[in-house]
Design a protein around this ligand. Structure first.
Ligand code: RP5
Length: 165
């Protein structure tokens, strides 16, 4: 184990985003990260978003994963408030299967990046693995955990590669 757990912020625009974002939380916890999870909205609670970003980055968060659906301003709003890497997850909300969220998050103006992942569960999972990779770049123990994770994933595929049911 590392001496202290790496802190990762996990913010989403609504509690209704949790069924997607829980996949990011599960990966982060599997890798031993400390997760500060919040449901706060860029539109409904903008001041609370700003305060949380200040708080979580002040406590040393190495990355912030931000998920939102619809007019998904949250990841960009968070990125505007911090230099910590922001990883955006488009949530499929009430229409358009998440394409609206994807375009809202990915189309940031030059100068304020949000690393944007795929829509839904795969995006949440990969955002968490990307945060782990950021940590692994300077933490050998985390790099080893990531290597083991990848090896296990490969082993599971290779153990039964016949596609027929
Ligand atoms: C967005 O609006 C949230 O991120 C969520 O995906 C969507 C719907 O929110 P609720 O109306 O379910 O709270 O801001």
């Amino acid at each position: 184990m590392s001496e202290s757990a790496h802190l990762v912020g996990l913010i989403m625009g609504s509690k209704s985003d949790w069924p997607v974002m829980e996949h990011a939380a599960a990966i982060l916890e599997e890798f031993g990260c400390e997760v500060d999870a919040r449901a706060l909205s860029a539109h409904r609670t903008p001041d609370a978003v700003e305060s949380w970003v200040e708080d979580v980055t002040g406590r040393g968060a190495v990355a912030i994963i931000a998920g939102a659906g619809g007019a998904a301003a949250l990841p960009g709003v968070v990125a505007a408030r911090t230099q910590v890497p922001v990883l955006g997850v488009p949530i499929p909300a009430w229409s358009l299967d998440g394409l609206d969220s994807l375009l809202s998050i990915v189309q940031m103006p030059g100068g304020v990046p949000v690393a944007t992942f795929s829509i839904g569960k795969a995006g949440a999972k990969n955002a968490a693995l990307f945060a782990v990779a950021i940590i692994a770049a300077t933490d050998g123990e985390m790099a080893e955990r990531l290597r083991v994770f990848r090896q296990r994933q490969a082993d599971e595929v290779l153990a039964d590669p016949d596609p027929r049911p």
